[in-house]
Write a protein that binds this ligand. Structure first.
Ligand code: UD1
Length: 315
């Protein structure tokens, strides 16, 4: 009998949450459609019951939610430019999937759903840091889809009494983030390229900034959100980040040091749908969850580079 369901379990964040749960001796069911998840990410998760399926199919959701108490909903088509290229696919895999999952969770008597929200919901507002009281201003179809999921979470809490917690992630990075796709996160791409001696490309002038958040901090935030008292967190949305930011130019300099890359950098036109700056106020997660980012940006980068080195060695 599974106690936890992790959607997107073959993806970067889902895989990492599942591994932490298994390490605690929990019973875990993982689900993935492999649209972007990777079979190789399941290595090390043999103790997890795995279901291959697509959340856009309601029958898959019903099957996945059976006997589950807590759901970590990490499955999504995570990429701003991918959503610009194909907004319908993003809607299907983010909005339809989330609604189907919520319906199934409610029917199965799931206690709580913890949802992977996105800082892209804030859009390009000049105010920094971004705090939860700000009016959402999504730009890309991806941001709209992730924000729609947040609203569904709150609606299911209000209308049906299902406990929901929304964690708005800010540029998560670390081991198991796919470095091979054009749509991969910038740090995974840069680590792989720089270790291979290939020149990375910055879209724009490199002065855009992000609150890059190491995966272990995000996993901890999720575990806290699953365990926090309902009266404190149910129906709430909060940022999950570090509360500090780095520009891409600064990050490139640190990565050059960590990878030993001595080549240059290419600059290309800024990406459509991109936001300029991103920095989180993490006061609410501190207050409601007792969350504290334990791994610094630099330490996270160091661990990520080590993981990419090992990955290359076995490839
Ligand atoms: C990322 C996440 C998204 C999440 C959001 C907010 C990924 C793929 N996307 O979006 O799911 O909701 O954070 O937490 O993880 N860039 C380059 N060169 C490259 C690739 C990217 O300069 O080769 C730039 C982009 O133009 C952008 C910045 O790096 O300015 C970050 O891009 P990316 O890693 O794709 O993340 P976001 O778009 O911020």
């Amino acid at each position: 009998m599974a106690r936890y369901l992790v959607t997107g379990a073959a993806g970067f964040i889902g895989r990492s949450i599942a591994a932490a749960l298994l390490a605690r001796g929990e019973t875990v069911r993982g689900l993935d459609s492999f649209i972007t998840g990777k079979r190789e990410n399941l290595s090390g998760l043999e103790a997890m019951e795995f279901v291959e399926g697509d959340l856009a199919d309601p029958a898959v959701c019903s099957e996945a939610c059976k006997d589950v108490e807590i759901v970590f909903h990490e499955a999504a088509l995570a990429s701003v430019p991918r959503s610009v290229a194909d907004p319908v696919a993003t809607n299907r895999n983010c909005v339809d999937a989330t609604l189907n999952l919520l319906v199934a969770a409610r029917e199965a008597g799931v206690h709580r759903v913890v949802y992977a929200g996105s800082s892209s919901a804030y859009g390009d507002t000049p105010t920094l840091p971004k705090h939860e009281g700000m009016t959402p201003n999504p730009i890309s179809p991806y941001a709209v889809a992730k924000l729609a999921g947040e609203h569904y979470m709150r609606s299911f809490m209000r209308v049906y009494g299902l406990e929901t917690v929304v964690l708005r992630y800010f540029n998560v990075f670390g081991p198991y983030q796919d470095p091979t796709s054009y749509y991969s996160g910038v740090l995974a791409l840069f680590c792989r390229k720089m270790l291979a001696g290939e020149q990375p490309t910055i879209f724009g002038d490199g002065e855009q900034s992000r609150d890059f958040t190491y995966i272990e901090n995000v996993v901890n935030g999720n575990l806290l959100a699953a365990a926090a008292p309902a009266e404190k967190v149910s129906g709430r949305m909060m940022n999950l980040a570090t509360g500090s930011r780095s520009t891409l130019n600064q990050t490139f300099a640190i990565l050059s040091e960590l990878t030993g890359y001595s080549g240059g950098l290419a600059y290309a036109a800024p990406r459509t749908g991109d936001i300029r700056d991103s920095l989180a106020d993490i006061g609410l997660a501190k207050e409601l969850l007792g969350y504290k980012p334990a791994v610094s940006f630099r330490d996270g980068l160091r661990r990520t580079v080590e993981w990419h080195k090992k990955r290359e060695a076995v490839a």
